[in-house]
Design a protein around this ligand. Structure first.
Ligand code: CTP
Length: 401
């Protein structure tokens, strides 16, 4: 992706160097544009060194405050796949909201046809001021996207909202805003389940599994980047990605309830959660004391969420699609095909766990299995790329049905 990173004059400008490096390391082409005030906090040399590209706009290193020479603003505006302003001051938000073009950055913000993302950072009172909020509303009405500032201790000594969002979150938002849309998934409502579930035995003990939730979260991100409207039902403690409604759940029953609530409004679902198949018959309200003799734990089955969604699946016109996983250590194809049929799935992704490639392992391979049989395997790839490959595979297949 070609990312134009605008940096305006706030103390958080120093974090833009890390953001530029992070984006460059992830394989993006990054060009920075500094405002005059931004260049008082961070130098063009720093940014050019980190990105391997020229830094545009104000350049005090060369003892000049450059106006925009020739048609630089148009060339940069056309070059970008996405424009991100981080940090964005109240001043720059105000200029852009009102169509003012006083320097290179504000001019190219008007000239570009690329999507625009703002990562504001300022004092809490400024952030909450109706003028700033009205400007943000105006920018959103133009189709711009915002990555909200975080709460915390601010450089001015106050605590509250206004801290530049975490750079990982800004990078995630840039992906979401600038990602390549896939026509068959654009605007579709898609449910994704991810992460482990936890079943409490008593106030201090629980039954869970080793799933991190990373694969499901990466699938949710890839669907979002493709233009789908993602509804994530998430177990475990991982942060919710940018730009999707997330319902946090703890138990299999809570995950089932959240999914049942969403499913009728969905076009499709990818179930990647590692749902506990059993829960304790009883949850003790007080910590259970150890006994003298042998002890047994009575378990009961939880509901199979995917099976339930399959039973409720709409078919025919306006039909829904449903994809699941099959983690198998033996009789792989046989078991995966049985799950496909039993749970009324459109595809099942077979994950061979016999070779030790289970939870938390980096590179993984998935074999899509559909009614006609197994398809070409996806991977081996790291989870983020595997998720993109999975979504691209499904987008092509669902687009041709
Ligand atoms: N799944 C679910 N609800 C459950 C159990 C599993 O929605 N209670 C979903 C998972 O998210 C996954 C798929 O079902 O997409 C398959 O999970 P897996 O554990 O491989 O298989 P099971 O159906 O539980 O069957 P088995 O334990 O017999 O392998």
């Amino acid at each position: 992706m070609r990312i134009l990173l605008g940096i305006t004059g706030g103390i958080a400008a120093y974090k833009a160097a890390d953001l530029a490096r992070l984006l460059t390391n992830r394989g993006h082409a990054v060009r920075c544009v500094l405002t005059e005030a931004g260049a008082r906090f961070i130098t063009p040399l720093t940014l050019a060194s980190l990105t391997g590209e020229s830094c545009f706009g104000a350049n005090p290193d060369h003892h000049e405050w450059r106006p925009s020479p020739s048609v630089e603003h148009i060339e940069l505006a056309r070059w970008a796949d996405v424009v991100a302003v981080a940090p964005a001051t109240a001043n720059m938000l105000g200029q852009a909201a009102n169509g003012l073009a006083g320097d290179l950055l504000s001019t190219l913000l008007l000239a570009t046809r690329a999507p625009i993302l703002w990562a504001p950072a300022m004092n809490t009172a400024m952030w909450k001021h109706p003028a700033v909020q009205a400007n943000l509303g105006r920018l959103e009405a133009f189709g711009h996207r915002i990555v909200e500032p975080a709460e915390g201790m601010l450089a001015c000594g106050e605590a509250g909202a206004g801290k530049l969002a975490d750079i990982e979150r800004i990078a995630d938002a840039i992906r979401a805003v600038g990602g390549e849309r896939l026509p068959s998934l654009m605007g579709k409502q898609v449910l994704v389940t991810a992460g482990p579930t936890c079943e409490d035995l008593d106030p201090v003990r629980l039954l869970t599994n080793r799933s991190t939730g990373e694969m499901g979260i990466e699938i949710a991100r890839a669907l979002r980047d493709a233009g789908a409207d993602v509804h994530l039902v998430l177990g475990g403690g991982m942060a919710s990605p940018y730009g999707m409604e997330t319902v946090r759940v703890r138990t299999a029953a809570a995950m089932m309830a959240a999914c049942a609530d969403l499913w009728p409004r969905m076009d499709g679902c990818i179930a990647a959660a590692a749902v506990a198949d059993q829960r304790p018959l009883q949850e003790a309200m007080e910590k259970v004391k150890k006994g003298d003799g042998p002890e047994t734990l009575e378990l009961v089955r939880t509901q199979d969420i995917l099976l339930n969604l399959g039973m409720q699946k709409r078919v025919g016109q306006n039909g829904q699609w449903l994809l699941g996983f099959a983690a198998e250590s033996e009789h792989h194809l046989e078991n995966a095909s049985a799950k496909l049929a039993k749970k009324k799935l459109d595809a099942v992704f077979l994950n061979d766990i016999s070779t030790g490639k289970a939870f938390g392992h980096q590179d993984n391979t998935l074999t899509p299995v559909v009614a006609e049989g197994p398809q070409a395997p996806l991977g081996p790839l790291p989870k983020d790329q595997l998720a993109m490959a999975l979504v691209a595979w499904w987008a092509e297949r669902v687009g041709s049905i």
